[in-house]
Design a protein around this ligand. Sequence first.
Ligand SMILES: [Ca+2]
Ligand SMILES: [Ca+2]
Ligand SMILES: [Ca+2]
Ligand SMILES: [Ca+2]
Length: 259
Amino acid sequence: MRTLILFSLFLASLHLQSQVTFTNMSELLQPVSGSYGNLASDMNGDNLDDIVRVTSEGIYIDYQQVDGTFLGAYFAMSIQNLPSWSICAADIDDNGYNDLCLGAGNAVSFVYASDDGSSYTEVAHPEYIFTQRTTFADIDNDGNLDAFANHDVDQCHPYRNVNGELVLDFSLISTLDAGGNYAAIWVDYDNDWDQDLYITSAEEGLPGEMHSASISSIKIMVTVLLPRRVRKPISMTETRVGLPVLRTSTMMVILMHSS
Ligand SMILES: [Ca+2]
Ligand SMILES: [Ca+2]
Ligand SMILES: [Ca+2]
Ligand SMILES: [Ca+2]
């Protein structure tokens, strides 16, 4: 009986230790009125995540300090494409300051930080897209970040990084010429050192898409990596790593053969 009681106390202490509480600390941030899109990202490269909020009147950034407080900054500017559906951040031009991709209901914008991080410039793309999600990834594995925007009613938009600027380029990665694209996840699913893409779909009959990162990366795998280890081919209905049934492409089959 004594052993049972001690074991019960041990389990109770584990339960208490595993409890996590959260405290609302919004008062640490500068006040922002109206609606905004927001994200957490290290915008100034000091390894401390900052808070970004984008309104129609500009960009508010609360820079995290080493003591956990925040230093507020406001960059007044008119934003053409507000991130009503999606926002993400990455250093597109590799100048040490993160830039933004704003996904609106009719277009996307890229917002570039100046080389000293003291100002931002919006580049509004004219092409129509009902944006659902925006992501950054090095799609062609050339060391420069590209972007990918999910299109709710048509084919998704890939943006190629050309000398630090993002240009719409459907040849960057081939996805289904169809709508219903709700979200994108970039992960190296098969551990072969390039990013793979999984697109979730909300359209009936389309279970989602799985794609290799790029044609160039396939060539690299086939010529260099394939001889090291050959994986079991994936079938059209096989489910991997907890994903829903995959819609595979020819490129996908080639990719999963390599490591
Ligand atoms: Ca920071
Ligand atoms: Ca940048
Ligand atoms: Ca790239
Ligand atoms: Ca991969």
